[in-house]
Structures are given as C-alpha cells and as structure tokens.
Ligand binder design. Structure first.
Ligand code: UD1
Length: 446
C-alpha cells in the first residue's frame, strides 16, 4: 500500500506573534517544518507535498528540493488546504496522510503504526488522537456510546457543553483512503468561512464506513503554537540530541548546559564541558575536549583537539590542535595538526602549517603560515589597506618577533626572523633577520 504525505503549513500561526511563518521558527538550529518533512520522507520514501500560504516564498526557500509545495491562497481551513493538494496527488497513492508542519516531534514509528492500523482495520479514515491536560481548543473525538466507534470530530467552537467535557481530542494527523478522500473533499460544508478537514469524519461514519483511531503521546503530537511551547520543545529536543550523543560515546559534564544542534556530529570519547554551543554542520572528531564556554559553528575538528572558551565560525582544525582560551577563528581559518593557538588570537581566511604556534594577542588575516612558525605576542597582519585585502606569506621555521606588523602584501621567507616591534613593509628573504621601523634586513639569521 502506497502513501502520499501532505503537510499543512499555510496558517499564520497568530500565537507566535511573529513576522516569520510559524513553521520556520527554529528548534535546535533547524526550522521546525524540516523535522516533519524528514519524518514524512522516511515514511513514504518520496518527497512530501507541503501546503504553503503565509510566507510562502520563505517556506519554499527553506524547503528547497526536500519537498514539493502547493500554494493555498487565501487560507480557508484545513479541508480547503488539502483540496489544494488534490491535482498533484490524485492517483499517486492508495492512502493520503495529513500531518501539520508544527508537530516536529512526530516520529516515523508512530506514523507507521497509524498506517498499519488503518490497513488492518480496512478503514476509510484513521485518526491520531491524544488526551492533553487542557483540551480547550482541540476538536473533540465524539464516539458512539454503545459501539465506541468514532462518529465525528466536533470542533470546540461548535461543541455542546457535554461534548466539551470529552477528554480525547484530535491531533490533526489523519490518514484517508485516497479515492474516498478526493471524492468527498468537495462535499465539505463551509463553516465560519472555512472548510474543516475534520468534517470528513462525520461524513465517513454516516456512510457506515470504518473510522479508526489510535491514541498517541501528547508530547509527540501537540503542536508548537507559541514561544513558550517553542522553548519547551527546544529543551526537550536538546535533551534528545544529547542523549543520542552520550549513548554513542560522548561525555557531557552537564547536559543541561550543553547546546548541540541537530546537524552536529561528535566522535566517541570526546568530552564536552558546560556552556558549550555546537551549531550548524559542525563535525568534531574523537578524543577531543571542548569547553567550557565555547561556541563552534559550521566547523570541522579532527581527533584529540582541545578548545577552551573560544568562538569558531567556519573553521577547520586537523588532529591534535589546541586553541584558547579566548580565541576567535573566523571563516576559512585552517589550523594544521599540532598547531597551538593561545589566548586572545583571531584568525581569518588563513592557514597555519603543522606545529605553528601563536600564543598570545595576535591577528592573522589572509595569511599562509608555514610549518613550525612561531608567531610571538601581539603580531598583526595588516591585510587591509582601506580598499583591498592582501596576502601575507610566512615560510616554514620562521620566527615572527613580538609586536611585528606585517604590512601586506608581504612575504617573509623560510627560517627567517623579525625583531620585536618591526614594521615589515618589504619582503624578507629566507634565512635573514629583519628589524626596525620600517624593517630592514640586517644580517643572516643565525
Ligand atoms: C485543527 C483541527 C482540530 C485539532 C487541531 C490540532 C480542524 C478544523 N481542526 O484545529 O480538530 O484538534 O487542529 O492542533 O482541522 N492550515 C493551513 N491552511 C488553513 C488552515 C490551517 O494550512 O487554511 C494549517 C496550519 O498551518 C496548521 C494546521 O493546518 O499547520 C492546523 O491549523 P490550526 O489553525 O492550528 O488548527 P485548528 O483549526 O486550531
């Protein structure tokens, strides 16, 4: 039996009080709708169809080629939203599963169990229900008192007082026999200017068809409607990510203050210390020690690296590199194996060769530094002349003295040396010593 998945994501999400469409609010670094798209893709083996409306262009951009989209304009209810999917999906699958874009905790296992139940029961429609502590605004599951079969979903706006007392409610996740769905969607009545998808349940039950129901865990199906719920979801998802990593061999001293986004991978025997934020597509190798107080974004670290209280954006570290405290690695900082970078250093678009050392208070921008170079305290590459950026090249085994200004474009050769406080405006040949302001080559570096 094949299934097509429709994800409803056209609503405004008023309770978020945001200009950003609700489904694009982030959870552990990813827009919440992407979690639903992943689950749908895994379940069906094909791209889901997302119904977009508010902020349609933004949502489409975020989804890229992970999902197909269809526009619902204006938004006239959940039934009307599914109607927009009809021409794209009719004839493509035996079952249609409707999921909301604001339920990022829904698991493939639950969706699969629902489809199996639907097939076993030979149902026309199957609902995922739940029992929240406060069922106030949810559609009530109205069952026949004698048979206990589902007869209708009664929206809270229309519910009589005795129906409001019903504790079992509709999660919004529903599965339909496809042909029946497409034939009956046009029969939905218009209520308060909207077509409710939930009214199909009463239509199916009145025809004597089977409406099946499966109860789910509240935390899994309760939508993210406001910022308080968003924060709750963030904490819960973070705990889930941390647990997965810990079970895979990562040590966390304090998981409650360890903030790791969904796309991060970490090797076994790495230790993450408190208040560490690992973001984006960061990859960390084995046996590293990260933190406390690090923010590492879209960066790749090899094995046995040690990073303390530092900030990385788009950096790469080979194996056995140690950095910090208080270092800033910006885009395209590349530190080869056994580099040591101490406190208050900044590196941007620069490569430090194997074993290079940069202990204290230095800035390297647009530089290529050879193996075993020593960058002493306070060295600066003056890479920007106010208009353009220029390169600094430093050959292997060279010693750059404290407080040297390297006025780019400039090359300091191999096994050379600059004196403390030099301002290097001209190239320094291999094996020479230059010092002074401006620096002159004085003698061989012996
Ligand atoms: C809906 C259900 C209700 C259920 C509740 C669970 C209906 C009529 N009611 O309530 O039984 O208990 O969900 O949360 O279906 N959407 C569109 N286009 C629209 C309207 C909504 O795409 O025109 C999308 C929203 O973006 C959202 C989802 O559908 O992802 C649900 O919309 P929402 O307004 O939250 O549902 P309710 O009407 O509160």
């Amino acid at each position: 039996m094949s299934v097509a998945v429709v994800i409803l994501a056209a609503g405004l999400g008023t309770r978020m009080k945001s200009e950003l469409p609700k489904v694009l609010h982030r959870l552990c670094g990813r827009p919440m709708v992407t979690y639903v798209v992943d689950a749908a893709q895994e379940l069906a083996g094909t791209r889901p169809l997302v119904v977009v409306g508010h902020g349609a262009e933004l949502v489409r951009q975020v989804l890229g080629d992970t999902a197909d989209t269809v526009l619902q304009e204006p938004q006239l209810g959940t039934g009307h939203a599914v109607m927009q999917a009809q021409s794209a999906l009719q004839g493509t699958a035996d079952m249609v599963l409707v999921v909301y874009g604001d339920t990022p905790f829904i698991t493939v296992e639950t969706l699969r169990a629902m489809l199996e139940h639907h097939t076993r029961e030979q149902a026309t429609a199957t609902l995922l229900t739940f029992r929240p502590p406060d069922p106030l605004r949810f559609g009530r599951i109205f069952r026949d008192v004698t048979t206990d079969r589902v007869r209708a979903i009664v929206e809270f706006k229309e519910a009589a007082p005795e129906q409001l007392a019903i504790k079992e409610v509709n999660s919004g996740i529903m599965c339909f026999q496809a042909d029946w769905l497409w034939a009956n969607l046009p029969n939905l009545p218009i209520k308060h200017g909207e077509r409710y998808l939930t009214d199909l349940i009463e239509i199916a039950a009145a025809e004597g068809r089977t409406v099946a129901a499966l109860e789910a865990n509240t935390d899994e199906v309760l939508g993210i409607d406001d910022r308080a719920r968003l924060a709750w979801a963030e904490v819960r998802l973070r705990a889930r990510i941390n647990e997965r990593l810990m079970l895979a061999g990562v040590t966390m001293i304090d998981p409650a203050t360890t903030y790791i986004e969904a796309g991060v991978t970490i090797g076994a025997d790495t230790i993450i210390l408190p208040n560490t934020h690992l973001r984006g597509k960061t990859v960390i190798g084995e046996n590293c020690k990260i933190g406390p107080n690090c923010v590492i974004e879209d960066s790749t670290l090899g094995d046995r690296c040690v990073v303390k209280a530092s900030f990385f954006e788009g950096a790469t570290l080979e194996d056995d590199v140690d950095v910090g405290p208080f270092a800033h690695l910006r885009k395209d900082a590349y530190l080869c194996s056994h580099v040591h970078m101490g406190n208050f250093g900044e590196v941007k678009n620069s490569r430090l060769g194997p074993g290079a050392k940069m202990g204290h208070f230095s800035y390297l921008g647009d530089a290529d530094v050879g193996a075993d170079v020593n960058i002493s305290c306070g060295v600066i590459t003056c890479n920007y002349d106010g208009k353009n950026k220029h390169k600094t090249l430093i050959g292997e085994g060279t010693f750059i003295g404290s407080d040297t200004m390297l006025v780019a474009p400039v090359t300091v050769g191999k096994h050379a040396k600059t004196g403390a406080g030099s301002v290097v405006t001209h190239d320094v040949p291999d094996g020479t010593l230059a010092y002074g302001v401006p620096a002159r080559v004085r003698k061989q570096n012996k």
